[in-house]
Design a protein around this ligand. Structure first.
Ligand SMILES: C[S@@+](CC[C@H](N)C(=O)[O-])C[C@H]1O[C@@H](n2cnc3c(N)ncnc32)[C@H](O)[C@@H]1O
Length: 255
């Protein structure tokens, strides 16, 4: 039996060159940034807020430590970062002394929205590339990414980069969409591949971008393969919790 083909990373237009693919991903998110939040809430039927919160709560013990350094990758317009900050404030004994959180993204347009939505001194918004993080080894105690990791053009390279910047004992949390299997796949495919490009296209005026989104989920490794990649990278306790008929889920692991 041959092993299933696993895509190395995101591609917008079947690019063979990784740099060209990354440039297309960046252009796409810059283009849809003005309507991203509206389209996102509608497409996910408001579940996105619930999922950001649920994912953040999974890291409550790390967030409770005021000295913990936290990086939210592919932060987009900042909602996952804000969910982490909220749980941190609820959980921390002494909020005043807490390290600021960092939200990082390579789309200047998405970050502009994050800065306006969340002008908090408790968050640093950084323009940067998740594949080449501007931090030394062993800097962070928690690195998260919500619905962003599958847009990286090299999934294994992205995991290695997260591993590099985590401190020993540090945790990874990747909240990501997933292609369900079996009966729920029929409902999911009709909705995600049929309705999402239509609705997203109408709101953003960019139907191609909203065709890329379901396509990027389809090419992203399924949980067993993603967990194997995490273990190969060196993460211990790699686990996945499926959300809503496995249409999304949270990957966790420890360095
Ligand atoms: C679907 S949005 C998710 C945004 C946000 N985390 C959320 O949950 O709404 C994906 C984000 O990943 C960012 N992204 C993709 N590849 C990236 C990379 N190599 N470095 C930094 N950001 C990246 C995009 O610019 C975009 O803002």
């Amino acid at each position: 039996m041959t092993a299933p083909h696993i895509a190395p990373g995101a591609r917008v237009k079947d690019e063979t060159d990784e740099a060209a693919a990354a440039a297309h991903v960046q252009t796409l998110f810059n283009a849809i940034a003005p309507t991203y939040d509206r389209a996102n809430h509608l497409i996910s039927m408001g579940l996105d807020r619930h999922w950001w919160r649920k994912a953040a709560c999974a890291f409550r013990s790390t967030l409770a430590r005021p000295d913990a350094r936290i990086l939210d990758l592919c932060c987009g317009t900042g909602d996952m970062t804000a969910a982490l900050l909220k749980v941190r404030k609820e959980a921390a004994a002494s909020v005043g002394a807490a390290e600021p959180l960092t939200g990082l993204d390579f789309s200047a347009e998405m970050l502009t929205r994050a800065r306006v939505k969340y002008p908090s001194p408790d968050v640093l918004w950084v323009e940067g590339d998740a594949m080449h993080l501007p931090y030394p080894d062993a800097t962070f105690d928690l690195v998260t990414a919500a619905f962003g990791f599958r847009n990286l053009t090299d999934y294994a390279g992205g995991l290695r980069e997260i591993f590099r910047v985590l401190r020993p004992g540090g945790r990874i949390g990747i909240l990501e969409a997933n292609q369900p299997e079996g009966l729920s796949a029929i409902v999911y495919n009709a909705y995600f591949r049929g309705l999402v490009p239509l609705v997203g296209g109408m709101i953003s005026g960019d139907r191609a971008a909203y065709k890329y989104l379901p396509a990027s989920v389809a090419r992203f490794p399924r949980p067993p393969n993603m967990l194997a990649m995490m273990r190969e990278t060196g993460f211990a306790d790699a686990a996945w919790d499926g959300y809503l008929l496995h249409a999304a889920g949270l990957y966790r692991g420890t360095k």
